[in-house]
Design a protein around this ligand. Structure first.
Ligand SMILES: [Zn+2]
Length: 137
């Protein structure tokens, strides 16, 4: 399967291809698009429930897609049972809240081994974000 440049760069940064990395890429893109907010300095990102691997891989995807990074201090993570993402547009304080759809969580829980995870990650990358996330502005 063909891997586009954005995904190649993400894999190079993160070290491997996994579904949570892809989910972070797509969630961040969706959030900035819906808020109409600028990458790198325009937002503040908070993520819950991403404290252990593989779920924590979502944080790298979010940093790449939103440009909010630990180095700049505009992304933070918090302990929780379930993954939730809140992106705040700094110019007007508008927020979008994202969570993973129930069917997706089941599928992620059922992944067996490395190649299954990679294949699923590629499928996710080609999905429409609105099929993966519940979002609320
Ligand atoms: Zn990972």
């Amino acid at each position: 399967m063909k891997i586009n440049k954005e995904l190649q760069e993400a894999i190079r940064f993160h070290g491997h291809l996994g579904p949570y990395l892809v989910l972070g890429l797509l969630a961040g893109e969706l959030a900035l698009k819906k808020l109409g907010c600028k990458k790198y300095f325009g937002s503040e990102v908070a993520v819950w429930g991403a404290n252990k691997k593989p779920k924590s891989c979502i944080v790298d995807g979010l940093q790449l897609s939103t440009g909010a990074t630990y180095g700049k201090g505009n992304i933070r993570k918090f302990n929780a049972k379930d993954i939730r993402i809140v992106v705040c547009d700094l110019k007007n304080k508008k927020k979008i809240r994202l969570s993973l759809k129930a069917g997706l969580l089941e599928r992620l829980g059922g992944l067996k081994g490395h190649s299954d995870s990679e294949a699923f990650a590629l499928r996710l990358f080609k999905s429409r974000p609105q099929d993966l996330f519940e979002s609320r502005l």
